[in-house]
Design a protein around this ligand. Structure first.
Ligand SMILES: C[S@@+](CC[C@H](N)C(=O)[O-])C[C@H]1O[C@@H](n2cnc3c(N)ncnc32)[C@H](O)[C@@H]1O
Length: 315
């Protein structure tokens, strides 16, 4: 059984994405036999977790620390390891989880101070990792595992200079792709206004053509941004570019078709494309977006930490 963690409110989509129906689920999680590795809605999967029960902070923290101490008896720690505790989206639970995490840290520190010094709090990186992963589905239980699979989603730091909060999605998407625009690379940003994604690339030294039929905030003040007031569906780049960005509030099926056109014409090498699913079934869209894999086998689809009723494709 594996525990999959998603954004609270999106667990029904996560459940549909799993091959087998989950045995239990709640706001922000689903527990089931599923072993599928690439899930769009899962931010983190705890592999074969054990469940501990307790009524008090001390009892729960003690049980998790005992689990860790026992499971690490014959283990050598040479490098950094993730220590991650998250909680379901129930009122007041995040505060309790924080207190329990502090208590777990104190207990591990007092028992294994050298190992504790190597702990890195927070979500693990994309892919499989070994550390201590705990999740509270409610106030009296903790699911705990030494192995997890990270989806790569994470909260990004705000930048007061960024023209919009959408900026955070582009920043988060680079981590999932494992690449970010480099100085001198070219970007076409379709649906660029007010300009967060364009700013995110331009501040790295990329040269951005920002296409939108509306104005960029402040006219796209960054010297690396060239605004183009055009319909993004009609825009044809004069020459191929390194990156296609697309974040338009438009029918997601049209956006998939537009992305497919960019790929088949060879107009871009990499892409970050956001699909606003709204009333569309996101699972159907994920299937439809599968067509892009013919040209981009490395395509990843994620419901980002900063996504709402949308999902983001990177390749
Ligand atoms: C969610 S906003 C984009 C936010 C942007 N990524 C940012 O970081 O600030 C969507 C934008 O898509 C633009 N848009 C929608 N349909 C378009 C079209 N057919 N052609 C050009 N722009 C379009 C809208 O004008 C709007 O500015």
């Amino acid at each position: 059984m594996n525990l999959h963690v998603c954004q609270p409110g999106y667990e029904s989509f996560l459940a549909k994405e799993l091959i087998f129906p989950p045995e239990r689920s709640g706001p922000g999680w689903a527990l089931g036999p599923d072993g599928k590795t690439e899930l769009c809605f899962a931010h983190l999967s705890l592999i074969s977790p054990s469940e501990v029960t307790g009524k008090s902070v001390n009892a729960l923290a003690g049980a998790v620390a005992d689990y860790f101490t026992t499971s690490t008896k014959d283990e050598r720690f040479e490098g950094a390891w993730p220590l991650c505790l998250e909680a379901a989206g129930l009122p007041g639970l995040a505060r309790r989880a924080k207190t329990i995490e502090e208590e777990i840290s104190l207990k591990i520190k007092s028992r294994m101070s050298r190992v504790y010094k190597l702990a890195v709090p927070g979500r693990p990186a994309l892919g499989p990792s070994r550390g201590l992963f705990a999740y509270m589905p409610d106030f009296d239980h903790v699911l705990v595992s030494r192995e997890a699979l990270g989806g790569g989603q994470r909260r990004m730091a705000d930048d007061p200079q960024a023209p919009s909060r959408s900026y955070l999605k582009a920043e988060e998407a680079y981590g999932i792709l494992g690449r970010e625009p480099a100085a001198g690379e070219t970007v076409v940003d379709l649906g660029a206004a007010p300009g967060g994604w364009s700013y995110s690339a331009a501040r790295r030294g990329a040269l951005v053509t920002a296409v939108d039929n509306g104005p960029l905030k402040g006219g796209g003040l960054h010297p690396g941004i060239a605004p183009r007031a055009e319909d993004a569906f009609k825009f044809v780049p004069p020459s191929p570019v390194d990156w296609l960005f697309c974040d338009m509030v438009e029918d997601p099926e049209r956006i998939i078709a537009l992305t497919e056109r960019w790929l088949s014409e060879g107009w871009c090498r990499r892409l970050v494309v956001n699909l606003k699913f709204g009333r569309h079934d996101p699972l159907r869209l994920l299937d439809q977006a599968g067509i892009l894999r013919r040209r981009c086998p490395s395509l990843r689809a994620r419901h980002l930490f900063h996504d709402r009723e949308e999902l983001t494709l990177v390749a």
